[in-house]
Unconditional design. Structure first.
Length: 166
């Protein structure tokens, strides 16, 4: 039980007591400098994303207790991989592009498109209703001959018989 705290205390003593030795420099590089470099790469978007994940975990645990913990433990790895694959910067860029388009076109274009859709649907429904009211004309029946007049176009097909090889 005291093995891990004792080991960490020994590592800290080695780092502070002998910073000029190879072991001290190696421990300092891997346990201090490398984590600091990685923490410097975390931007606001990633911090907000991880905070949101923590809030979701907290809410799931509050609502569903042990099942919420299981659900979040199943959800977390896939969510982190998905966001690592797409990177949060892509989502920020998409939001900025959407904002720029809205700023240039204004809300008039969106409003015009939103009002055009119901008009198009109502015009389509009116055309279909007009077609339904038209009188049905008898269709011209094809003669029983093909284009080269050799005989009937499609002969009667024999009934399909299913068989099994089993």
């Amino acid at each position: 039980m005291l093995l891990i705290p004792g080991l960490m205390t020994a590592v800290v003593i080695v780092i502070f007591a002998s910073p000029d030795t190879g072991i001290g420099r190696g421990l300092n590089r891997w346990l201090v400098e490398e984590p600091a470099r990685r923490l410097n790469r975390i931007h606001r978007g990633k911090a907000a994303f991880y905070a949101l994940l923590a809030v979701i975990a907290f809410v799931l645990v509050l609502l569903f207790e042990a099942d919420g913990m299981r659900l979040f433990s199943f959800l977390l790895p896939d969510t982190l991989v998905w966001f690592a694959m797409f990177d949060v910067g892509v989502f920020v860029d998409a939001l900025l592009i959407t904002g720029a388009i809205l700023a240039t076109n204004g809300l008039r274009a969106i409003r015009a498109q939103a009002t055009a859709v119901p008009r198009q649907v109502s015009a389509l429904l009116r055309r279909r209703a007009a077609r339904a009211r038209r009188p049905i004309r008898p269709s011209s029946r094809p003669t029983g001959k093909t284009a080269d007049d050799d005989g009937p176009g499609w002969a009667v097909q024999p009934a399909y018989r299913a068989f099994s090889m089993a």
